[in-house]
Write a protein that binds this ligand. Structure first.
Ligand code: 3MF
Ligand code: MG
Length: 344
């Protein structure tokens, strides 16, 4: 925790080799142990996990072996002063889930996804974490006629019901994304994610994770997506990053592309005391051009940009802002915000 009251997290995948769909890795891989060392050094408090980040090769292990491995990891986290913020089932890499997991047309794939999700919950439990994140990577279609989209929503709710019943302590935060890897994803926005929770047996245990880049890819403003979640008391995590327009998912450092848009996210989070509700997760990647020995700067920079923006938010002249709003002089408000961001 820093002086502004925020806690920060990132996932091991945020220190990566720089491969893209058109080229091989450009940096050597780092072991999970090496990555864990980076958390404290960079000023982070918590780790975001995929289930198999926590317990590698879990499909080859028994449920007991999985829990044992997760318990051992918990001890290492404790000794480093770290906690697990979230655990997410990685349901997009197995040969069975080529055409979806919970919404696959193949009952074997759906059964695998549900079983794997139970193992994810066991891991979270052993790590002392009750927040499960669902990034619904392949729950959608390449071809609209390939699946029944209404049935797919039922199947997602049924899968969540299964998880909620399996462990009465867990909460589920859905991380919406409109496309990539699928052409059309079923739960593309915060509104869809929140609504999905109300279709389950325990809506009070279903919430939302908003990622800045995913909102931009949906043509929406990340601050407003976060605000929607806050209004429903459903914003349980965020993945801050940045994104240059409607392209592939870039995961640029937070605030590096559009500073005003980043400021607006910090404004809504800080004004609604998000620091009392959740951890500030980053989901950022180093540029492919970055050399291995300086490939953590995207994390350090994002954290620093966030805290700089918290300072800008808290030092904003709210009285002057209110006068502009009351006078409906939004040109003046525009000037006030830009001047403040520029330190004028
Ligand atoms: C993809 C993502 C994912 C999720 C992660 C945890 C690889 O666009 O954002 O990161 O955040 O799977 O849910
Ligand atoms: Mg994310």
């Amino acid at each position: 925790m820093n002086k502004y009251g925020y806690r920060f997290s990132f996932g091991p995948w945020n220190i990566h080799e720089g491969a893209d769909p058109f080229g091989p890795p450009v940096r050597p891989g780092l072991s999970f142990d090496k990555k864990l060392e980076a958390y404290q050094r960079l000023g982070f408090d918590a780790v975001q996990f995929h289930d198999d980040d926590a317990v590698p090769n879990l499909d080859d292990k028994t449920p007991e072996q999985i829990v044992q491995a997760a318990r051992a990891l918990k001890q290492r986290l404790d000794s480093l002063g770290l906690v697990a913020e979230i655990v997410a089932p990685r349901l997009w890499e197995h040969p069975l889930t080529v055409d979806g997991a919970y919404t696959s047309n193949d009952p074997k794939a759906r059964a695998y996804a549900r079983e794997r999700s139970r193992r994810t919950i066991d891991i979270a439990d052993a790590l002392g974490c009750n927040l499960i994140v669902l990034w619904l990577a392949r729950e959608g279609t390449y071809l609209r006629e390939a699946k029944d989209a209404a049935r797919a929503v039922d199947r997602l709710a049924e899968a969540m019901d299964d998880m909620l019943a399996y462990n009465p302590n867990i909460r589920i935060a859905v991380e919406p994304k409109p496309n990539e890897p699928m052409d059309i994803a079923y739960i593309p926005t915060a509104g869809h994610a929140v609504a999905l929770g109300y279709k389950t047996r325990a809506p009070e245990r279903c919430g939302l994770l908003v990622e800045s880049a995913h909102a931009v890819l949906a043509g929406l403003d990340p601050a407003d997506e976060m605000a929607f979640g806050l209004a429903y008391n459903k914003l349980w995590s965020v993945h801050l990053n940045d994104q240059n327009g409607l392209k592939y998912d870039q995961d640029r450092a937070f605030g590096a592309v559009n500073l005003r848009r980043a400021f607006d996210q910090v404004l809504v989070l800080d004004d609604h005391r998000y620091y009392e509700r959740g951890v500030v997760g980053l989901d950022v990647k180093a540029m492919r051009t970055q050399q291995a020995d300086v490939a953590e700067k995207h994390l350090a920079n994002s954290l620093q940009f966030f805290l700089w923006l918290v300072e800008r938010v808290r030092s904003l002249d709210r009285g002057a802002m209110q006068q502009c709003i009351e006078a409906r002089d939004y040109e003046e408000l525009d000037h006030l915000i830009i001047a403040h961001l520029m330190g004028k």
